[in-house]
Design a protein. Structure first.
Length: 293
């Protein structure tokens, strides 16, 4: 049994894995895989194992930037973070969040970093123009929004039921930030043939997820049973089908170690100076204080 760590048990990290389980794709590849809890402080211990493996490629790149270079990335499913700002009508409406309260993850988490970048790209200073309400647990962010205690909330697909028919007009973070997020990465201690088999299975699963809406919906609803089918279908058709195809530069050859990925977002000649600056600031901040998760 190969254990693969997730850092946030939601559709973003778990749906592709679940589809590979349901569709017998892992079985056909000759691997026995289990997704295990690596949330919060569990990550530090689980990820330190010599043969550790994870679906949280974004977390691996972030750890690489903080000095943990002993990882290989074998597969990337998407560079579009699967999260939305619920409570604003569209990207053009984002400046309307000025002076308002936004429920988000802890400052040290990558989703919060992505949200900061989106706000900056719409003319807002995240430190002064909005009020962040840091809420670690996703259900609590949902409740705050439902009760009207915040004006907007950073949510994944599991929160889109709140949006109802407004799904197509939400601010989709993936339209504004590109970062290698979910896929498959492992420590060098994992047998190379096993790593290749898992990555290959995920590639097959990703093709099926993009082409078979009902398979994608089934996988998402196993991860999040309360997710309405219509929301799951919208995510599958409007986001996964067009956007979950891996970056072109990842498909061009051997991904190797994480350095090439980190170079895309954090070091010259990175194409995105804003993201590079925020990432380096985030890394420097985390180096001076302990933030689990």
């Amino acid at each position: 049994m190969i254990e693969i760590i997730h850092r946030s048990h939601g559709i973003h990290e778990a749906a592709l894995h679940e589809l590979c389980v349901q569709g017998g794709i892992y079985h056909d590849a000759g691997v026995d895989v289990e997704l295990v809890d690596g949330t919060g402080p569990r990550w530090r211990t689980a990820a330190a194992a010599p043969a550790a493996a994870t679906v949280a490629v974004g977390g691996v790149v972030a750890d690489w930037l903080r000095g943990d270079r002993d990882w290989n990335v074998h597969f990337i499913a998407t560079v579009k973070p699967l999260m939305w700002v619920v409570g604003t009508t569209s990207a053009d409406g984002a400046p309307g969040l000025a002076g308002r309260r936004i429920a988000t993850t802890d400052r040290g988490h990558m989703p919060s970093l992505f949200l900061r970048l989106v706000l900056e790209r719409h003319g807002l200073d995240p430190d002064s123009d909005v009020e962040f309400v840091e809420v670690r647990d996703r259900p609590d962010r949902l409740r705050l929004l439902e009760r009207g205690d915040v004006d907007a909330s950073l949510l994944g697909p599991e929160g889109l039921a709140l949006a109802g028919e407004r799904f197509s007009s939400l601010l989709y973070v993936g339209d504004h930030v590109e970062f290698p997020t979910v896929g498959f990465a492992a420590r060098p201690g994992l047998d190379a043939s096993v790593a290749a088999a898992i990555a290959g299975a995920m590639a097959i699963g990703l093709d099926r997820m993009r082409s078979d809406t009902e398979a994608a919906v089934s996988a998402m609803r196993v991860v999040e049973p309360d997710l309405p089918s219509e929301v799951a279908r919208a995510v599958a058709a409007d986001v996964i089908a067009p956007d979950w195809n891996g970056p072109a530069w990842a498909a061009s050859g051997n991904l190797g170690d994480v350095a090439a990925l980190a170079a895309m977002v954090a070091a010259d000649p990175a194409p995105d100076d804003e993201l590079r600056r925020l990432l380096h600031g985030w890394v420097d901040d985390r180096s001076t204080r302990r933030v689990d998760g």
